[in-house]
Design a protein around this ligand. Structure first.
Ligand code: GH3
Ligand code: MG
Ligand code: MG
Ligand code: MG
Length: 312
């Protein structure tokens, strides 16, 4: 139980858990009114290296879910749950967590045969009949964890660019539109285009062009980690800044432009330099397509002014 007096413990725990989460550890929350039944499930889960959490009622379960993002699976036994029952807990959970981000498995028994179907209809991913065999307990859990991992793989593939690993144009539009739904006061959009990129392909070959794009993508990821950046297509990248002072946006882009231009690129026996031109627009309202149009016009000016510069 976390109280105000031990927030330091909580902060330590949060750091530890986020490290475990990055290492693909999965947290499982066991919701059951009976302590001995919770202990039985927890011991099975620990045997398979899950990080376990326990709640004796729905209210505490919801509380724990707000705090620990490492939890990807909930096991809930409706039998004896005080105040809020498992079905009510499920509908509460589903307001914040989708089936593909949080699997819920309801425990039921043959005395209440309608419960299994009600679990599923109310948004559970699966159910488990008691008494369960240890093997089945584990299989059900693994199947649901694998289902979520597969969705995550598909999501990542759909959102990223195959060559560079950066977010792709589709993801970029989604992200910007999501930011815009919060009515930002200031938005900036930059289009970054590699200068004379065709010459790199023509002089050193297409593989060298690909290598250069990957190197540039690394710089994009590094410099714009706090913003929304993507490979827009071909040798173009774009960055969206939401509620960032224009002067700060300029600085971030200038730093990027300079570090890219001063880097030396080596591919096989070739050694060369590279630069980018950037069109940057600041807008208070403006939808995404009008921002892109504007940034594109400014990019055109940057090219005509001699390249390797930011024009806003
Ligand atoms: P500018 O300074 O005016 O932008 O000149 P540029 O040569 O960069 O412009 P242009 O649009 O003529 O050329 C872009 C080139 O980028 C053409 C295309 O073959 C190349 N390109 C686009 N996508 C890829 C890719 O994934 N890999 C490689 N190697 N080349 C690519
Ligand atoms: Mg181009
Ligand atoms: Mg061009
Ligand atoms: Mg170009």
């Amino acid at each position: 139980y976390i109280t105000k007096e031990n927030t330091q413990v909580y902060e330590y725990l949060s750091r530890l858990l986020s490290r475990l989460e990055k290492n693909k550890k999965v947290g499982v929350l066991v919701v059951d009114a009976i302590r001995a039944r919770r202990a039985a499930m927890v011991s099975l889960l620990r045997r398979h290296n899950f990080i376990t959490f326990e709640a004796p009622d729905a209210e505490q379960a919801l509380n724990i879910m707000q705090r620990f993002s490492i939890i990807k699976l909930i096991l809930v036994d409706d039998d004896g749950l005080p105040k809020m029952n498992a079905i009510e807990l499920l509908s509460e959970l589903r307001q914040n967590f989708k089936k593909e981000d949080l699997a819920v498995i309801g425990l039921s028994n043959s005395k209440n045969s309608a419960l299994s179907a009600r679990y599923i209809k109310s948004g559970a991913n699966d159910y488990l009949l008691k008494p369960y065999h240890h093997e089945e307990f584990f299989c059900r859990i693994m199947q649901n964890v694998e289902y979520m991992e597969n969705i995550e793989l598909i999501r990542r593939a759909a959102d990223s660019d195959f060559l560079t690993g950066l977010p792709n144009r589709r993801y970029f539009f989604e992200k910007v539109q999501a930011s815009q739904s919060h009515k930002p006061v200031l938005q900036s959009l930059a289009i970054i285009d590699v200068d004379h990129f065709k010459q790199i392909n023509d002089s050193y070959g297409h593989d060298c062009g690909d290598y250069t794009l990957k190197e540039i993508a690394k710089l994009v990821a590094e410099h714009f980690a706090d913003y929304t950046a993507a490979r827009f297509g071909g040798e173009e990248f774009c960055v969206y800044f939401c509620n960032v002072e224009a002067a700060d946006v300029h600085k971030v882009l200038e730093d990027f432009r300079i570090s890219l231009a001063t880097q030396n690129y080596q591919f096989e026996q070739h050694s060369f330099n590279c630069s980018v031109s950037i069109g940057l627009t600041h807008q208070t309202k403006g939808d995404i397509s009008s921002m892109i149009r504007m940034a594109d016009e400014l990019l055109y000016k940057a090219k005509n002014n001699g390249r390797n510069q930011v024009v806003s």
